[in-house]
Structures are given as structure tokens and as C-alpha cells.
Design a protein around this ligand. Structure first.
Ligand code: ACO
Length: 322
């Protein structure tokens, strides 16, 4: 039996930090409102000219270094992103060029905030079926570029960043299961309405920016993430107490706390980075993983539950032995 195992993690955050106090000068908001409603204190913002592939490259190189791997060892690259640098080629191909790796499969995957969980689930299937032995799986976003900086209901929530893992074939488990879902019936609750097939005029009048019915998203997210926790535990015949670490998508501390409560998990077993990162969409789970691996909290052999929820709606989980 072939499993896939994470052998290295990496993360990258742009230098520029935008605090809630900085935002008070841009829109009618307050540090107190943002912290109480979301748990966010600050977020990182990509510099002018710094694009999604630039963030992805930094995170990827750090993950490769942690795994003791060279770019030439990679035989699959998946980049989860909602903010690709170009219509085409894919950001994965741009990253492949940066890494001077030629010939292996490379593609982008778009599942908004669930993108990394989807990408990890897909890469796991490539590895288990023998189609890849060493995959580079990245979540990278420059969400700041699709925010309306006059809209206080969205611009305070998001940040830029990238996270990456190297996923290798192994006889030892690894990824135990992945559970991926979507329901496009909810597309209207969280969306960037413009798009290239509608013509470039479709980006005008604010339609190139994130629009969100935050309250409704919140309710569906809490219920859905509760269900995916049950589904994941049942599929593996595990008990809540078998999970060592919860690594949730970092959208809102209240959503994270609700999922932790569902798992009866104390918050000191939950990796929380939303305060410093904001919601970095597909980068949030691998960034949180990397933080907790590098600071020594997550140790080899522990059982991790990753979960995410995002536009689409999409949602999913990955259960793994680290
Ligand atoms: N500062 C101050 N006041 C604000 C701000 C702000 N930044 N934004 C909204 N308000 C006001 C509203 O105008 C409203 O005022 P009113 O009562 O006078 O009309 C009031 O605050 C309450 O607004 P709500 O939207 O009801 O506030 P809520 O408690 O729902 O919090 C929030 C809003 C934080 C967006 C919450 O709904 C949420 O987190 N939703 C989930 C969003 C999310 O996670 N999205 C991403 C998931 S998917 C992905 O990651 C892409």
C-alpha cells in the first residue's frame, strides 16, 4: 500500500504589515470591532509588483529545503489560488519555471479558501495511484488585489501569503483520508462577480472585488464545518480525542472556536494564526501548519485534522499522520 506523507512545510508572508489601526485611517472601522468580530489584529500585504508566484516561490523553496529535496525531485506541482497572476499560463507553470523544473505536470486548482485542502486531496490521489512520487502542493494568494478598500465589510478580513508542502510516497501513512465537497447553489453569497469570459467590462463598477453576505456565510460555515468533522472521524473510525491538532482555515476566530467546540478540543490544540495573518484564503491552512511545525508544537506521528470552507461554497478536510 502506498501512502502520501508530508515531508516538508514552508510559508511566506510579505514584509508589509497592515494593522487594524492602519485600517481605521482607510475605512470607518475600529480595532475593537475587527478583533471582537473576527480575531484579526493585522495582516500582510504584498508589495507593488510582488505577485502570487513570488509568494509561492518563497514558500515552495522553504518546503523543499525542509524536506531535503531539490526542485528536480518534484514530479507534480499543484498551486491552489484564487488570485492567479495571469489568465494563462497557470501560476503552477510560472512557479515551475522559477524552480527551473521542466516536464512534470503542473496545474492550478481553484476552490477559493478550500483550495489547499482540495489540492492536498488531489495530490494524495496522484501519489497513492503511483502517478507521482514527490508532489509540491502550494496555496498562494494576493487577495489584497481583489478587495474594495472602500468596503469595510470585506477589506478588513483578508491578507496575502503563501504556504507549501512537499508530499512524498511512503509505506507509512501519511494522509489517512480527504473529504471534498461543494455546493454551487451558494455562489451568490461570496463571489468576485466579474470574469474574463464576461468581457473585461465585467470587472467595472466594483464587480472585480470580493462581495460577501458575511452573516449568511458565517452561519453556513459553522454548520458545514461541524458536519465535515463528523464525516472525517466516522470515515476513519476515530474518536474526537484521537485528534492531536486541529488546523482550520483561518477566516474568523469565532468559526474556529465553534469547530473546536464541536471536537471538544481545547483551544491550545488548535493552531490559530488568524490574528496575525487574517484570511489568506488558500494559503491559510498550509501557513498555519508551517507555523506550528516550525515552532515545535506539531511533532512527527501526531494526528492532524485540516479543514476549510470557502467561496463556491466549497468545503473539505484532510486527516493525516504527520
Ligand atoms: N467595522 C465596523 N463595523 C462594521 C464593519 C467594520 N469593518 N463591517 C461591518 N460593520 C457593521 C455593519 O455595517 C453592521 O452595522 P449595522 O448593524 O449598523 O447594519 C454591523 O457591523 C454588523 O454587521 P454584520 O455583518 O452582521 O456583522 P457580523 O457579526 O456578522 O460580522 C463578519 C461580520 C466578521 C464578516 C462575519 O459575518 C463573518 O466572519 N462572516 C464569515 C465571513 C467569512 O468567513 N468569509 C470568508 C469565508 S470563505 C473565505 O475564506 C473566502
Amino acid at each position: 500500500m502506498i501512502y502520501s506523507r508530508i515531508t516538508g512545510t514552508g510559508g511566506y508572508l510579505p514584509d508589509k504589515v497592515l494593522t487594524n489601526y492602519d485600517l481605521e485611517k482607510i475605512v470607518d472601522t475600529s480595532d475593537q470591532w475587527i478583533r471582537e468580530r473576527t480575531g484579526i489584529r493585522e495582516r500582510h500585504i504584498a508589495a507593488d509588483g510582488q505577485n502570487t508566484v513570488d509568494l509561492a516561490e518563497q514558500a515552495a523553496r522553504r518546503a523543499l529545503q525542509a524536506a531535503g529535496r531539490d526542485p528536480q525531485d518534484i514530479d507534480l506541482i499543484i498551486v491552489a489560488t484564487t488570485t492567479p497572476d495571469r489568465v494563462f499560463p497557470s501560476t503552477a507553470c510560472l512557479l515551475q519555471k522559477r524552480l527551473d523544473r521542466h516536464g512534470c505536470a503542473a496545474f492550478d486548482l481553484q476552490a477559493v479558501c478550500t483550495g489547499f485542502v482540495y489540492a492536498l486531496g488531489v495530490a494524495d490521489k496522484f501519489v497513492r495511484t503511483g502517478s507521482a512520487r514527490c508532489a509540491l502542493v502550494v496555496g498562494s494568494e494576493t487577495l489584497s488585489r481583489v478587495l474594495d478598500w472602500k468596503d469595510r465589510s470585506t477589506c478588513v478580513l483578508f491578507g496575502d501569503g503563501a504556504g507549501a508542502v512537499v508530499l512524498e510516497a511512503s509505506e507509512e501513512p501519511g494522509i489517512l483520508s480527504s473529504h471534498l465537497h461543494a455546493d454551487g447553489a451558494y455562489e451568490h453569497l461570496l463571489s468576485v462577480p466579474g470574469g474574463v469570459s464576461q468581457g473585461y467590462d465585467s470587472f467595472k463598477d466594483g464587480k472585480g472585488f470580493v462581495t460577501m453576505k458575511g452573516n449568511e456565510v458565517f452561519k453556513v460555515a459553522v454548520n458545514t464545518l461541524g458536519r465535515i468533522v463528523d464525516e472525517t472521524l466516522e470515515a476513519n473510525a476515530l474518536d474526537k480525542s484521537d485528534i492531536d491538532w486541529l488546523i482550520p482555515h483561518q477566516a474568523n476566530i469565532r468559526i474556529i472556536q465553534a469547530t473546536a467546540k464541536k471536537l471538544k478540543m481545547p483551544m491550545d490544540r488548535v493552531v490559530v494564526t488568524v490574528g496575525e495573518h487574517g484570511n489568506t484564503s488558500s494559503a491559510s491552512v498550509p501557513l498555519a501548519l508551517d507555523v506550528a511545525v516550525r515552532d515545535g508544537r506539531i511533532k512527527a506521528g501526531e494526528t492532524l485534522l485540516m479543514e476549510a470552507f470557502g467561496g463556491g461554497f466549497t468545503w473539505g478536510s484532510v486527516l493525516l499522520k504527520f
